[in-house]
Design a protein around this ligand. Structure first.
Ligand SMILES: [Zn+2]
Length: 105
């Protein structure tokens, strides 16, 4: 991963999706967002009885409000999703790297 994004770019991108999808601004939402992006990029589609994209092993229709989040997310343009995924992925990888460093110390 060569491209770097500034804190500001990351924050702006995340906030855009938190607002659009009516998500809280917290780490759990970040993880949900990342998994949503990943499933969309990989071309996965969900029906109400499918296991949720959030990996909870619940059906998406009974997994918190994830079905409505998924439906709202589907409305977002593919071009935007692909562009913003780079930012989201970069941020998640950064967070994981930081965590790993903390564990090693
Ligand atoms: Zn879920």
């Amino acid at each position: 991963m060569s491209k770097k994004f500034t804190e500001e770019e990351i924050k702006t991108t995340l906030n855009k999706y938190f607002k659009k999808l009516n998500l809280e601004n917290d780490n759990e939402s970040k993880a949900v967002l990342f998994l949503l992006f990943k499933s969309r990029i990989e071309g996965q589609r969900f029906k109400p009885n499918d296991k949720c994209f959030c990996l909870s092993s619940k059906k998406i229709k009974i997994c918190e409000n994830h079905l409505s989040i998924y439906r709202s997310f589907k409305e977002i343009d593919k071009v935007d999703v692909e562009k913003d995924f780079e930012v989201i992925e970069y941020d998640i990888n950064n967070a994981l790297r930081k965590e790993k460093v903390l564990v090693q110390v």
